[in-house]
Design a binder for this molecule. Sequence first.
Ligand SMILES: [Fe+2]
Length: 201
Amino acid sequence: MTETLALAVPKTAKERGKIAPVKFAHIVYKTGRFDEMVQWYRTVLEAEVVMGSPMVTFLAYDDEHHRIAIINMPDASDKPGNAAGMDHCAFTYESIGDLFATYERLAGSGIKPYWCINHGPTLSMYYQDPDKNQVELQIDVFDSNEAVNAWFKDSDFDTNPVGVRFDPDDLLTRFKSGEARESLLKRPRIDPSELHAQFPG
Ligand SMILES: [Fe+2]
């Protein structure tokens, strides 16, 4: 167990008397696949175009005026797979039903996750947009940070910080059969020798 994992739930910056952002606002992509990228994020996030122009499009799906902006840059080059920078962004759904409804809806449009992993604190499905940016669609397994911390202490996270892969269709079948949420979302323990098999690819 590392020292980091043993820490108590931290107070918010505001509770510590600091001035910090009140929220995470948006993500902006520049792309050479403008129309494709706009359509992909509209589809995946059920987003609407709040401002569209040949140079940039703003997309919204909740109470923020725009969560995603796509900048049209026809001569943009693709990033090499090992480029430094952001690895992925993640979006949380309200329920396992919402996550699976989204999985089924996207599969119907030919958009499928390349990696489905029970991280422990989250059940996550990873997708790639047309530029190969990685997008995680997830649900929180626990209902409080205290519960997440308790899980960190009791689980095998120290030997498996990745998670355990799952088959989305299998889990969907179990969900539809009425299996309890707790049983669906409980991360199994694996032997450390199985860790490499949990990575994508
Ligand atoms: Fe993530």
